[in-house]
Ligand binder design. Structure first.
Ligand SMILES: NC(=O)c1ccc[n+]([C@@H]2O[C@H](COP(=O)([O-])OP(=O)(O)OC[C@H]3O[C@@H](n4cnc5c(N)ncnc54)[C@H](O)[C@@H]3O)[C@@H](O)[C@H]2O)c1
Length: 281
């Protein structure tokens, strides 16, 4: 018996926020494991520019990266704040995949920093609509084929902030605590259909320009810091002591692929920290 990840080759995977950042890294890894990938992402800026999101060029590059790995890449331009757009995008994915989605990765997310008394209403709506309701609606429209086939894996991306929520991130923390809650509820609801539902809680992830991880880039201006300093600031405040405790995208991708594989068959309802020890502190 091999200890390599089992059961991924030939799977159809749907990833949200797949044209950049961690979602793009997960997409490439699934393609390398022999999966076809539907890449759902917004491809126009948010009206208020509160957070830098993917572009049409990033979507094209992401599809090309999947095809370069010998797999089918399906572009799904979609704003997760719109239920109608989600329903259309999932319909397109199901049509392209012959009616079968084996793995859903609810990864898309945005963040900003606000005090509760200075909470910007548009920012609150955007964060809850994208991070929490987006995952709800994607799964609502994508899970039925899994139920019918009595098989499937759902991996939700939460955050280490659900171990100890920092100041000025209450909208973001609430969205991610919500992700933990729905992960457990879906695990209960979907267990009779052989569907595993788990969440991964990343630590602060090393940021990168372009298609690199963007969340720390997005928060750095609020801290009046550059992205690298903001990464060090969050990591030093939350992680286990020492420079070795620094997270990069691949650390998160490894956990996502494990939970989507047959190796994780008996794991459901788990909230898995990949958090450099944040939650243990
Ligand atoms: N980077 C970190 O330090 C960190 C830490 C913990 C958790 N996370 C979580 O990991 C996930 C990925 O973060 P990242 O660093 O790769 O961020 P990122 O900004 O690089 O990627 C976010 C993705 O979500 C997409 N997106 C945003 N709004 C959307 C919308 N309305 N509709 C469709 N797609 C939309 C973006 O276009 C982008 O592709 C997020 O859920 C985030 O909350 C990140």
């Amino acid at each position: 018996m091999s200890v390599a990840l089992r059961g991924l080759a030939g799977k159809n995977v749907l990833i949200t926020g797949a044209a950049k950042g961690q979602g793009f890294n997960h997409a490439k890894a699934f393609a390398e494991a022999g999966c076809d990938v539907a890449l759902l992402d917004i491809t126009h800026p948010l009206d208020d520019d509160m957070y830098a999101v993917a572009t049409p060029e990033m979507m094209s590059a992401a599809v090309a990266a999947i095809e370069d790995r010998g797999q089918k890449g399906i572009p799904l331009p979609c704003d997760l704040r719109s239920e109608n757009q989600i329903e259309d995008a999932i319909g397109k994915a199901l049509a392209e995949f012959g009616g079968r989605i084996d793995v859903i990765v609810n990864n898309a997310g945005i963040a900003a920093m606000d005090t509760i008394h200075g909470m910007r209403s548009n920012v609150l709506h955007n964060i809850i609509d994208t991070n929490l309701k987006g995952a709800m609606f994607v799964t609502k429209y994508a899970v039925e084929n899994m139920i019918g086939r009595r098989s499937g894996k759902i991996v939700n991306i939460s955050s280490a902030v659900t171990g100890a929520a920092p100041a000025m991130l209450s909208h973001y923390a609430a969205s991610k605590y919500g992700i933990n809650g729905l992960t457990k509820a879906w695990a209960m609801e979907l267990s009779e259909f052989g569907i595993n539902v788990n969440a991964v809680c990343p630590a602060t992830v090393k940021p990168g320009e372009g298609q690199g991880s963007g969340m720390v880039l997005g928060l750095a201006p609020d801290l009046e810091m550059g992205a690298d300093d903001a990464f060090d600031h969050f990591s030093a405040a939350n992680n286990m002591d020492g420079e070795m405790w620094r997270a990069e995208m691949q650390h998160i991708t490894d956990a996502v692929l494990f939970l989507a594989s047959d190796n994780a068959e008996m794991i459901t309802g788990a909230i898995l920290p990949v958090d450099c020890g944040h939650m243990a502190r």
